[in-house]
Design a protein around this ligand. Sequence first.
Ligand SMILES: [Mg+2]
Length: 148
Amino acid sequence: MDDDHDDDDDHDDHDDHDDHDDHEPGAPGARVPSVMVSFDIDGTMEFGDPAGPVTIDLVRTAKGLGYVVGCASDRPLSSQRRLWSEAAVDMDFIGGKHDLHVQRDLWTCQRMVHIGDTDVDRHYALLAGFEFVHVDELPPVGTSGWIF
Ligand SMILES: [Mg+2]
């Protein structure tokens, strides 16, 4: 009994629907990264100690998607810099896990994700307003709602 399905109450005229066309695609201001992703190293990255399941290629994919990509690890900064240099990935930030909130405030991202392998990762990620994803629970690439 679908007798009245043409909602004529909401029928507006469509004569002046685009009086603001100043939103040009490709404009510099439109290129704001929407996603920040942070990687732990040990137990997370393939070059960590111990090695984890996250590949350098995945990090490069994040860079290719235009994400803000960084590292939050308990290793000294010099060690982090050396490892990422050897991996030939230009990270947007490198810091301690407890400094994730600093990165949160430095960038403007709609979504922030930290990937790690311990409760310490989870603690500081959630404290800084990041989503935490455990390396053992990484969604497959292409999963709906996932950043890859
Ligand atoms: Mg770790």
